[in-house]
Design a protein around this ligand. Sequence first.
Ligand code: AHM
Ligand code: MG
Length: 280
Amino acid sequence: MTDGVEAVFDAVAAAAAEVRAGLPERRGYTDETNPSGETVLAADVYADDRLEDRLTALDAVGAYASEERDGVVDAGTGLSVTCDPLDGSSNLPTGNVVGTVVGVYDDDLPARGRALVAAGYVLYGPVTTMVVARDDVTEYLVEDGAREPVGDVQVPAEPSVYGFGGRVSDWTPAFREFVRSIESAGELKLRYGGAMVGDVNQVLTRGGVFGYPAVDGSPDGKLRLQFEGNPVAYVVETAGGASSDGDGSILDRPADRLHGRTPVFVGNETTIDRLESAVE
Ligand code: AHM
Ligand code: MG
């Protein structure tokens, strides 16, 4: 019998095929906003509906929540699944990568990252891939609504890329100074694509650091703890890397609101340690 977590990621693979096929005619903005106050694209709404349908139909799933809806959908008893249905969707009109981020919590929402039993993401790039973290981290190819394993994923020992969101002028002076220091060390190359999943996947493939820091007017940055911060922290930590909200692992951050935000930093442990010392 397939266990609950595997059933969740099988359902995400099936939904991912529908999402990918539905993107071409849904690249425009609607006149709706999501609970974070962002104007949503037709593709955001479509992806959320496809995932909700497939995930709430599973016996193993008791709750579904997403970046695109206010409350938690009650689906009986079982695991709580969170989704950012289309991460980086502002990349759609420009033809750059987007993704789907999934957290599987064994607790009521909002929950701390320590309650995650698995997490992963789909990357809609030149090919559709899925990365799933459980006891270890596995990359899959997603084809015809099913996933085929490609291999295990570990954060490479040497960091080589970096990318941080937000405007430089909105960063804190300490964070700006940290970024200048890693740039002038001459080891890391800038790679920032505007979709967290794409940037995190580069960190998993090449080593390095991705982050979205506190910015002027938003001390918790932009990314949401339940839907984005916790799942990528779980993936990167399980792959041998580290995560931080500036003070410690994102997974230890209290979850006070379903749509609450957090600064997000993930990458090689050495780089994350340096960052924490620089911004404390
Ligand atoms: P979204 O989930 O609404 O697309 O927002 C999250 C995205 C992340 O994927 C990405 O890292 C960040 O927003 C980019 O923001 P910015 O344009 O400010 O750099
Ligand atoms: Mg997102």
